[in-house]
Design a protein. Structure first.
Length: 365
């Protein structure tokens, strides 16, 4: 037995796995007002809850059928069934894109700071990840990004709006990026689309190297069900589909998605709650003298400075969770707050005002 044990301890994973970064979301102890993970802070559509209650015991014994739901989703977005792939959240979509398109010697291109899972999934496939860092404004560096494209660039991932900055990339700029690298796939991550409104979804039929990612975790409030989508040319998506498990999305999520999509009134209501709340939050931060970055998403990034960790502790004591973004490139001392429904924004602002006073924070440091 000891010989077997010794042999097992000598087994090593791929070098890329040893060297790739790890993502450790601070999910423990979240029994408070969740203004930390950019989730829907209230609930999904009431129709989703009705559908969940209709789930049967027999239904749980069946393998999920993704393709019929892909046709429904495609029709909702004015696409053909083969132009849509449903995924286990956008996290899996990113992973599948990297598996489908990146060889060892290919380059991938992202702009930082951005969603950390791009980094994780790319480096599982190639060590050649090029990162274009934003300047102090945190705006997307379009010219620098285009200049970083090389003949080895195979995959480009751009989030608009971007997490954690809230900055956007115009449709014209995204189309220019796709045109500048016809040998590469451009994945536009539109996870926060509903809080901004501009999309490249309508361009997937005419831009052959464009794939758009959407999540149903944010505005739709289905984060726990884990469902997202990719939209693009059938030619590109057939390769992504090939590396995907046929049962990657669970049947409960597939069953709930059509009713969530159909309740456009609820979706519009929640998006408007966030839009109004975001303006309230930014105005409140101005009044408190807290530096922040204009946002087009369901969150605002604040520059708290050296006392950022003290603020997190104080806010938790007042029953509100925030997200520390200070380890992101160029974000030292930055903290992110999620925008939810009116009541949650009110509670967040009140807790911020008290907590900043308690830690002795001032705009002058």
């Amino acid at each position: 037995m000891s010989a077997i044990t010794d042999a097992v301890t000598q087994v090593k994973p791929r070098k890329a796995v040893l060297e790739m970064p790890e993502y450790h979301p601070p999910l423990a102890g979240r029994e408070a007002l969740r203004l930390d993970f950019n989730e829907n802070t209230l609930a999904p559509s009431p129709r989703v809850m009705e559908r969940l209650r209709a789930t049967t015991a027999e239904g749980l014994t069946k393998y999920p059928e993704r393709e019929p739901m892909e046709r429904i989703v495609a029709a909702h977005f004015g696409l053909q069934g083969e132009q849509v792939l449903l995924t286990n959240g956008v996290d899996e979509a990113i992973h599948l894109m990297c598996c489908a398109f990146l060889e060892d010697d290919d380059e991938a291109l992202i702009c930082t700071p951005t969603f950390f899972m791009y980094d994780v999934s790319v480096q599982m496939m190639t060590t050649h990840l090029r990162k274009v860092q934003v300047d102090a404004t945190l705006e997307f560096p379009f010219e620098e990004f285009v200049q970083a494209i090389t003949e080895r660039t195979k995959l480009m991932i751009v989030a608009s709006p971007n997490n954690p900055t809230g900055a956007v990339v115009s449709r014209a700029q995204l189309l220019a990026i796709a045109k500048a690298a016809p040998q590469a796939v451009l994945m536009v991550d539109e996870a926060y689309f509903h809080f901004h409104g501009e999309t490249t979804m309508d361009d997937v039929a005419t831009v052959p190297n464009l794939i758009v990612a959407r999540t149903f975790s944010k505005a739709y409030g289905l984060a726990n069900l884990r469902i997202g989508m990719l939209a693009g040319s059938a030619e590109l998506l057939k390769y992504v589909r090939k590396v995907s498990s046929p049962y990657n999305v669970n049947g409960v999520a597939l069953d709930c998605l059509p009713v969530a999509l159909a309740d456009e009134e609820y979706l519009a209501w929640y998006a408007e709650q966030v839009r109004v709340g975001r303006e309230r939050m930014m105005e409140g931060l101005r009044e408190m003298g807290v530096p922040f970055f204009p946002s087009h998403a369901n969150f605002v990034l604040m520059n708290i400075g050296p006392k950022h960790k003290e603020l997190l502790v104080a806010m938790r004591a007042h029953g509100v969770l925030l997200r520390d973004r200070s380890t992101d490139p160029g974000c030292d001392g930055f903290v992110r707050i999620t925008i939810g429904v009116e009541e949650h924004v009110t509670r967040g602002l009140a807790a911020l005002k008290v907590s900043l006073h308690e830690i002795g924070w001032s705009a002058n440091g």
